[in-house]
Design a protein around this ligand. Structure first.
Ligand SMILES: Cc1cc2nc3c(=O)[nH]c(=O)nc-3n(C[C@H](O)[C@H](O)[C@H](O)COP(=O)(O)O)c2cc1C
Length: 208
């Protein structure tokens, strides 16, 4: 495969310290709205990286389900690899890539379990099959076959779970850094960094 000749110029728009909101959550909301308006594929999909139990950084996609000034929420199995990783090392990073807008957002912060009420509310809002799948899948465990999983699912369907299992719920990632990246011509990209000190956010420009 010849990959070294694949090249793209980024010309969509610019990003400056003056044009970014002083509050990174507002800036995130502005960009997310633009991603939704542009109807890009899976705009709420984000890479979640954590240090796994063997000490390796490990990344996977999860879906952002809510955010406000407290942080960013996703839902998962607390016993999964990511759940065990977060339990040991709550420092994580989130990554959004919206290629149609030539944008990347990196967020680092500390993850903690959401309140049970938040997890219950979201669990109840999910379609029945998703609730059953959450209940029957020991996410990240080795299983003998696809049949094993489907049989487990079919059996569980007969007793549809309406109560959220303890091992499934949300995480809230409380950010300490945000970086907004806008692709520019000739690889002179714009990078705007927000760093939290106390309750204040300081804004800087980074070299591309
Ligand atoms: C588009 C997309 C969305 C996903 N959303 C979630 C999610 O919200 N929660 C989740 O636990 N896994 C989600 N997954 C699956 C994860 O990427 C991953 O396979 C799973 O959580 C197990 O990860 P772990 O073994 O590192 O814990 C998603 C995968 C894709 C590709």
């Amino acid at each position: 495969m010849k990959l070294d000749s694949i090249r793209k110029e980024y010309r969509y728009t610019a990003l400056s310290q003056d044009s970014t909101d002083k509050n990174p959550f507002n800036q995130f909301e502005k960009w997310l709205k633009e991603a939704l308006d542009a109807e890009i594929n899976e705009p709420t999909a984000m890479g979640l990286s954590a240090i796994d139990v063997d000490g390796f950084p490990n990344s996977r996609i999860v879906l952002l389900k809510d955010f406000d000034e407290n942080g960013f929420i996703f839902f998962t199995n607390y016993n999964s690899l990511k759940g065990k990783s977060i339990q040991q090392h709550p420092a994580v990073s989130l990554l959004f890539f919206w290629p149609e807008l030539e944008r990347q957002i990196r967020i680092s912060g500390f993850a903690e379990k959401t309140d049970a009420t938040v997890s219950n509310r979201y669990f109840q809002s999910r379609p029945a099959n998703s609730r059953i799948a959450a209940a029957v899948s020991n996410q990240s465990e080795k299983i003998p076959s696809r049949d094993f999983l489907e049989n487990h699912f079919e059996t569980a369907k007969m007793i549809e779970p309406t109560i959220r299992p303890e091992h499934w719920g949300g995480y809230l990632v409380k950010p300490v850094h945000f970086e907004f990246w806008q692709g520019r011509e000739s690889r002179l990209h714009d990078r705007i960094l927000y760093e939290k000190t106390g309750d204040l956010w300081t804004i800087s420009r980074l070299a591309p």
